[in-house]
Design a protein around this ligand. Structure first.
Ligand code: MN
Length: 416
């Protein structure tokens, strides 16, 4: 049996914090990702497409998306591909939710409640596998739905389909603990593959049996970065499961962190640094042809442009320049970690507290100078984080790290 595992599409997410044109692109992006998934399923001649919940984001689905869904999923069922959709907490299947009101294409299976429902998968008239799924009926399913799954017969490959928070999975802290399940129970349930939804970070929790989150189909915020798509899975009675990730989302979120900015003395130089970092990152990971990007740039450390980077209009100007020169959909500049560049040298001879402190630190940092632990009268037991023999190298390293903070604190009223 060959199938495509999708989850967490969140169609019609509002993207309310974004500008109107970006919002529009993101909403279209999710629909285009689904279109790409349908084309992949038809091209690969899969037997089934499985959707593990959160197909749409909220209570109200636009007419446009409703029509689009019926049409797009209809392309699959008309192409002889079975579509099996088990609901999640965003798109519950109870009578009040939109899942129960949509005119789904003929031949599609909607599993909108906690009672497991089984679908036989045929290829050319032969039984090649079974899919058993359970869905959320309400927005707050608190039961472990996996406990209700029957033991599979096992004469053909058996797949379980569920929207669940597996306890201990990566990224679980970012999601509500709905329909929580235990990895151990999933492992022992007898299924060859668990097609999971809910946690948006793609991950395999087990390879034998195969237990996978496909992750969100299209990233929805800077935290959902990297390539996004679906898992193409092949199960056969004789061989181990083959699970392949296929990138499908046309829009990606990425973050660049730059902390070596001491030489960036002009807007042009700073933009150049970001451009080079971007080009390096894309050389090894170019993304899909024609893909669009939303970039967050996190600047930190000493930078001569610290005043400009604290001003929102200057950050916006840098963002616009990068959007244009790198052809990006959106750029956000974060500069909370930027500090003024500080050089102790011009202050070493001062006859005030700062001068005294700097001379003391310089003497204690000198490996041939006085012992820092003896001078400061510190016993090894009083040093948090130290568990070695000789505390002096450790203290010298600490002093090095504290120097910028000391300078900043003692120079704060001393505008250069
Ligand atoms: Mn979700």
């Amino acid at each position: 049996m060959k199938f495509l595992h999708l989850a967490d599409l969140h169609l019609d997410t509002s993207f309310a914090s974004r500008s109107a044109p970006v919002r529009q692109r993101l909403r279209e992006g999710t629909r285009r990702a689904l279109q790409a998934a349908v084309e992949l399923a038809l091209r690969e001649e899969v037997d089934a497409v499985l959707i593990a919940g959160d197909l749409f984001d909220g209570e109200r689905l636009s007419f446009h998306t409703e029509r689009y869904l019926a049409h797009t999923l209809g392309e699959l069922t008309e192409g002889g591909i079975q579509v099996i959709y088990a609901t999640g907490n965003h798109d519950p299947g109870g009578s009040s939710g939109p899942a129960s009101r949509i005119e789904w294409p003929q031949g599609m299976t909607l599993i909108g409640g906690p009672e497991p429902h089984q679908v036989a998968i045929h290829r050319d008239g032969t039984l090649v596998g079974r899919v058993t799924g359970a869905g959320h009926a309400s927005v707050r399913e608190s039961d472990d739905l996996s406990a209700r799954f029957p033991s599979p017969r096992g004469d053909v490959p058996e797949v379980a389909l569920l929207h669940t928070q597996v306890v201990g999975a990566r990224g679980e802290g970012e999601h509500h603990r709905y329909a929580p399940s235990e990895l151990d129970r999933l492992r022992r349930a007898g299924y060859d593959y668990w097609a999971l939804g809910h946690i948006h970070q793609r991950q395999g929790l087990s390879t034998d049996p195969a237990i996978y989150y496909s992750g969100s189909l299209q990233g929805r915020h800077p935290g959902e970065d990297g390539p996004r798509g679906g898992l193409l899975v092949e199960l056969s009675p004789a061989a181990p499961p083959r699970v392949e990730f296929v990138e499908l989302a046309p829009i990606r979120w990425e973050t660049l962190e730059l902390d070596d900015l001491a030489d960036a003395t002009t807007l042009g130089a700073l933009a150049g640094r970001v451009r080079r970092a971007w080009e390096e990152a894309r050389a090894s990971d170019p993304g899909l042809p024609g893909g669009e990007w939303l970039l967050r740039v996190v600047l930190q450390g000493p930078c001569p442009l610290h005043r400009e980077l604290a001003a929102s209009d200057d950050r916006a100007e840098l963002a616009r320049e990068l959007e244009a020169s790198l052809d990006l959909l959106d750029v956000e500049i974060r500069s909370e970690g930027v500090r003024p560049p500080l050089d102790p040298a011009p202050h070493m001879d001062r006859s005030d507290l700062l001068g005294e402190a700097l001379r003391l630190v310089a003497a204690l940092q000198d490996p041939h100078g006085p012992s820092p632990s003896a001078t400061l009268e510190l016993e090894p037991g009083e040093l948090a984080g130290f568990d070695g023999e000789d505390p002096d190298p450790y203290l010298r390293e600490l002093l090095e790290g504290e120097l910028p903070t000391l300078l900043e604190a003692l120079l704060s009223d001393d505008a250069p």
